[in-house]
Design a protein around this ligand. Structure first.
Ligand code: 5U1
Length: 669
């Protein structure tokens, strides 16, 4: 029996509509409907397809995740080999590359397309008549593996190209990557379920794509970025590489946005430097930059040498991972007593600098890695991030090595180390009895982002504390010129400079002062928010936890920390001493948010599925509301998510209006 044409149309319309939303969400990063609405459309399509299975097409958005193949991955021969790229590490090699291009072509002005070199897994996607018919890994360049079912599950891979005139046949090549945030979330989840942890996003992307069960691949946050065409039939591609990428974009494929076109060798070198600067801000890992002669006719004239094109070059960043040996393991005590184990390494050049120490994060991480003295390890230094040990090369372990015994006593003050946060964080219980904590809190106070006392570096602070000249930050302002000058290796001039910079630092700002106090979990931003919300130190000191929670980004834990910090007698004395020393700051204008909710006190409770509680709080605060955490007679409104708990009962008892998440969303929109 033929299906009613209105149902056929409805199914087609839903497919197109959902496809459009997928494209906006996964390719353009610009979703235009709420998740709940998207889910509703998808459910509608699933229901119609369940009733009319004959209407299911392979390109339907419901068909992304298929069943597990019976015999693993089949082999795929690449009709055109997937070549590799020549590498360069130095500026000079880039100039030589350009000179070779100029010599061969006998053209001086060469235009290059430049784009990031994504650190993932090279993939080929074959489209026939606009439909995705095969996905394959690069393999050895000639033969790869058929991973069609897995690439179909990647939402940024269109199952159908977004054009009414698709090329009869086109192979699109590119990189499958796992964004950094997705990688962190995946590893957190793997930790929770006791699964395998991935060393880096590239391994995670490869491991996720090569899952035999596409349903597992589908849960992994993979993205595909197109960067070149392989075989093409029945289509004239644009004449430049940059034009080809624009064309890919018009077909609905994701293409990196960090691309440009430049002329000449020096511009190539500059582009590398610029890419290096933006590297950390990109959502995915890159390991360099790729240069390609932009005009395709010139690419054809240049041709290939062995397995790499003469018209392209990868300028690589210095390796971020290297192998070295752990010579010893120490623990460091931080400002709040947190114990951080540190591996002392045989010096190794990694990420552009020589590294001899790497963090091992915490007690649990040492156990997870099972790092031992004498082990060969892989060390990673990415950007400005502190170098870390990512794994142990077990094959190279000495047979007589012993597991590391985490200390039970603080190495500085010999107080007990207590374990918090389910045994993950070790903390010295010595408090201000521990010289390490005293020194670190003073170093924090004088640091650049806090009081910015130039010249009062880590070593000077150590000596001042060791010699008993200072016991806390409040003592800094009473050190005399003579006392500084009497320190070992302190020249008269340096002593005077120190006195001058201490004097200068007394004119500061309230956020800097607050940040310098070292209140647990109060970073620069929150210090700024506290200052802007309350305007003066006294109001912050006297604020209740409830008042503090009305500040954007401050939840119950941070509010408790602030409140407890100001309640401690010792902290009050230090602050008093600092103020008596003459520290001042300009008045802060309290940022009054004027809006239609001005004067209203709102309580959020329960879990919100569409927007996070912080986001909800910020949006309400931006409209002038005071958002607090406990319900009282003063509360004007309670907004309840799912599982709201006792606050709703209390609100009902007090006659306070209670609304749900839907009403909140409607109001905000
Ligand atoms: N971004 C980018 N990566 N990548 C890798 N472009 C690019 N092009 C490649 C490779 C192997 O090869 C073409 C030059 C053929």
């Amino acid at each position: 029996m033929d299906v009613d044409s209105s149902i056929v149309k409805k199914v087609e319309k839903l497919c197109t509509e959902i496809d459009e939303h997928n494209h906006r969400y996964y390719v353009q990063d610009q979703p235009s409907i709420a998740d709940a609405e998207y889910d509703r459309l998808l459910r509608q399509l699933e229901q119609l397809e369940a009733t009319h299975p004959e209407l299911i097409v392979a390109t339907s958005p419901t068909q992304r995740v298929g069943a597990k193949p019976d015999n693993g991955f089949a082999e795929v021969s690449h009709e055109l080999p997937m070549l590799s790229l020549g590498n360069a590490f130095e500026d000079e090699e880039v100039r030589e590359f350009h000179a070779r291009v100029v010599n061969r072509l006998e053209i001086e002005q060469i235009e290059y397309a430049v784009e990031p070199k994504l650190d993932g897994l090279a993939i080929s996607l074959l489209y026939e008549g606009g439909k995705l018919i095969r996905g394959a890994t690069r393999g050895d360049g000639y033969t790869g593996e058929d991973v069609t079912l897995n690439v179909r599950a990647i939402r940024s891979v269109p199952l159908q190209l977004r054009t009414s005139t698709p090329p009869p046949r086109i192979e699109i090549r590119g990189e499958v990557v796992m964004p950094k945030a997705g990688f962190d979330a995946l590893n957190r989840n793997q930790t929770d379920i006791g699964g395998k942890l991935y060393v880096n996003p590239r391994n995670a992307a490869a491991g996720s794509l090569r899952q035999l069960d596409p349903a597992i691949s589908a849960t992994r946050p993979l993205e595909f970025y197109a960067y070149s065409a392989g075989i093409t039939e029945g289509v004239d591609l644009p004449p430049t590489h940059s034009g080809v990428l624009d064309y890919f974009e018009s077909l609905g494929l994701r293409v990196t946005q960090n691309r440009s076109v430049v002329i000449g060798a020096e511009a190539l070198i500059k582009a590398y430097e610029v890419m290096g600067e933006s590297r950390d801000s990109l959502s995915y890992e890159i390991d360099g930059i790729v240069y390609k002669v932009n005009l395709i006719t010139l690419q054809e004239r240049l041709g290939f040498v062995s397995r790499a094109p003469r018209w392209a070059l990868a300028r690589k960043f210095p390796a971020q991972e290297e192998m070295t040996i752990v010579e010893s393991i120490d623990v460091q005590v931080g400002r709040t007593g947190a114990i951080t184990p540190v591996a002392r390494l045989k010096p190794v050049f990694v990420g552009g600098v020589t590294v001899s120490n790497a963090t091992l994060h915490n007690h649990t991480e040492i156990q997870r890695l099972d790092v031992r003295v004498g082990d060969t390890v892989i060390v990673r230094r990415a950007g400005d991030v502190i170098p870390e040990v990512v794994s142990v090369v077990i094959d190279q372990r000495n047979t007589n090595s012993q597991p590391y015994d985490f200390p039970t006593l603080c190495p500085v003050c010999e107080s007990d180390i207590v374990y918090e946060d389910q045994g993950i964080i070790g903390r010295c219980s010595g408090g201000l009895f521990c010289q390490a904590q005293v020194k670190e809190s003073i170093k924090h106070f004088v640091s650049r982002k806090a009081m910015d006392i130039e010249g009062l570096g880590s070593k000077v602070v150590d000596v001042l504390v060791d010699d008993g000249l200072i016991k806390n930050a409040g003592d800094i302002f009473s050190i005399t010129h003579e006392q500084f000058a009497a320190l070992d290796r302190m020249a008269e001039k340096s002593a005077q400079n120190l006195i001058d910079s201490i004097e200068k630092s007394k004119r500061t700002t309230l956020p800097r002062f607050l940040f310098g106090l070292g209140i647990p979990q109060i970073g620069e931003t929150t210090a700024g928010q506290l200052a802007n919300s309350f305007g003066d130190l006294e109001s912050i000191r006297l604020a209740t936890e409830e008042d503090l929670q009305a500040v954007p980004d401050i939840g119950p834990i941070v509010a408790k920390n602030v409140s407890e910090f100001f309640a401690q007698k010792h902290n009050q004395e230090v602050i008093e001493k600092l103020l008596e020393a003459g520290i001042t700051w300009p008045d802060v204008e309290v940022a009054e948010q004027d809006g239609e909710l001005s004067g209203k006190t709102i309580v959020l409770t329960g879990t919100f599925s569409s927007l996070g509680r912080t986001e909800a709080k910020e949006k309400l605060a931006a409209l002038g509301a005071k958002v607090t955490s406990s319900v009282s007679k003063k509360t004007d409104l309670v907004i309840a998510g799912s599982e709201p708990g006792s606050k709703v009962d209390k609100a009902e008892k007090l006659g306070v209006l209670v609304v749900g998440e839907v009403e909140l969303l409607e109001y905000l929109s």
